[in-house]
Write a protein that binds this ligand. Structure first.
Ligand SMILES: [Zn+2]
Length: 464
């Protein structure tokens, strides 16, 4: 199977140029002036990308499909979630397997591999959530790294559920310094947050808004500083997931200036939404996630972090719950609202608004939505670049097409959109996953089960 993309502008993180792209089976085999093309090259399909861009498919490093949380499950499974991702121009997702309390890592990993098998329509990798750090699971980390699960997420939040104490975090960082893995941190001080949250609830402040108010930015800044200091002591890299506040960013900047191997991801919701969206009574439950949305004046700092490179990636933390029936579990007590927002379909287009607004270049946009995650998460040489030898995960992107984000048109399996009615510029017209067209002009052509599990490499050369 050979596909030729003609007349487009290839946009990579390191530059843009007019070029044809030739795909053979699952790989990109040629980029540039292809001798004889298009008339004397035998191909099965020609896509004319005139006036449009040819970009590497998006990589969302942070999704939660089919995740149990607070007595319910996130609504998108690997079938609906990966299809929605593809409609939005994302061709790789990294989801989080969860270790059960008192269990080894392996059963949790096997559970997630089974959730994805036969359902994912795009390629996927798995991070491992460690809820229980002990001598046995520390040793087990080495085995998982060898099997392509190269990173491990720990929490300073959710006491009694996922929280790891300082000793556990430091021990895991030391282990990763040896085995080449990467520790991901949900860095918010859950113990302190619970004191404020309980006091608010007992004072009758039970609306969703108080979820946001209770999880103070200072509690994120404190933990980000602490885990970066531990990483420095362990001589290991650390990656902060879903960084949401100026307080946290300042600690990343400070750490990087000292030479710490500190990396961080933010999410579209922290760039486009704010604490004010959590007002309006129980409607605010739609926006309950952790860390929470911040006062609007944090947004400019986060954009600057992306522009300057102190923030390397943008993941969605996609974890959708229907407003009706799921978010409603927390009516009358914000502490019982399932935490999470939908967003896997909207990420590439939302982040393109940074190009539209002149905040960063289209090349930096490609880096932020795709290339940087490929490098940090052990997919360099396979994903994230339009070049010969790379997987043919390719998006034909129309930088001018405008469309409106809405639950009535999105493909995510959830009954609301955080961005309802928002008009965005730019859209994915054709989405190709390992050589196969899976979305074309709004039509689904993909197949559940066609996505493959990605065994990832350790990526130390990119974690300096
Ligand atoms: Zn998450």
């Amino acid at each position: 199977m050979r596909t030729l993309i003609t007349n487009g502008t290839v946009v990579n993180a390191d530059g843009s140029f007019g070029a044809d792209v030739l795909i053979e089976d699952e790989k990109i085999v040629a980029v540039g002036a292809i001798p004889g093309a298009p008339s004397d090259v035998t191909v099965d399909k020609v896509i004319d990308a005139r006036g449009r861009w040819v970009i590497p498919g998006g990589i969302d490093p942070h999704t939660h499909f089919d995740l149990p949380f607070g007595g319910t499950y996130s609504k998108d499974d690997f079938e609906t979630g990966t299809r929605a991702a593809a409609f939005g121009g994302t061709t790789t997702i990294l989801d989080f397997a969860v270790q059960g309390k008192g269990e080894a890592l392996r059963p949790g990993l096997d559970t997630w591999l089974a959730k994805a098998e036969g359902k994912a329509s795009i390629d996927y990798g798995l991070h491992m959530i460690m809820g229980d750090v002990n001598d046995a699971t520390l040793k087990e980390m080495d085995v998982l790294v060898d099997e392509g699960v190269t990173d491990f997420k720990l929490f300073t939040a959710y006491p009694g559920v996922f929280l790891s104490d300082d000793g556990a975090i430091f021990a895991a960082l030391r282990q990763s310094a040896e085995n080449g893995g990467l520790i991901l941190m949900h860095a918010e001080n859950g113990v302190a947050i619970d004191i404020v949250a309980n006091a608010n609830a007992e004072a009758g402040l039970t609306d969703p808004y108080y979820h946001g108010v209770s999880r103070m930015p200072v509690f994120e800044g404190e933990c980000v500083n602490r885990v970066i200091r531990f990483a420095e002591a362990a001589d290991a890299p650390v990656y902060i997931v879903h960084l949401s506040s100026r307080d946290a960013l300042e600690e990343v900047v400070r750490g990087r200036d000292r030479g710490a191997m500190a990396f961080a991801e933010t999410c579209p919701q922290y760039l486009f939404l704010s604490l004010e969206d959590m007002g309006n009574g129980f409607e605010g439950a739609k926006y309950v996630c952790s860390p929470p949305l911040r006062p609007a004046d944090h947004q400019e700092d986060l954009w600057r972090g992306l522009v300057k490179g102190d923030l390397q990636t943008v993941g969605t933390d996609h974890c959708p719950f229907d407003f009706e029936g799921q978010k409603e579990l927390g009516r009358g007590d914000f502490r019982k609202i399932p935490n999470g927002l939908p967003g896997v379909e909207e990420r590439v287009d939302l982040m393109f608004q940074g190009v539209v607004a002149g905040r960063y270049t289209k090349e930096r946009w490609v880096e932020v939505i795709s290339t940087a995650a490929a490098r940090i998460f052990g997919l360099a040489g396979r994903k994230g670049v339009i070049a010969p030898g790379f997987d043919a995960d390719v998006v034909i992107y129309d930088p001018d097409r405008k469309h409106v984000l809405s639950a009535s048109t999105h493909h995510m399996n959830v009954d609301y959109s955080c961005y309802e009615g928002m008009e965005v510029q730019g859209g994915s017209d054709v989405v190709i996953s390992r050589g196969k067209v899976i979305v074309e002009d709004g039509e689904w052509k993909g197949q559940a089960g066609a996505g493959r599990f990605l065994k990832r490499e350790v990526a130390r050369e990119y974690l300096k």
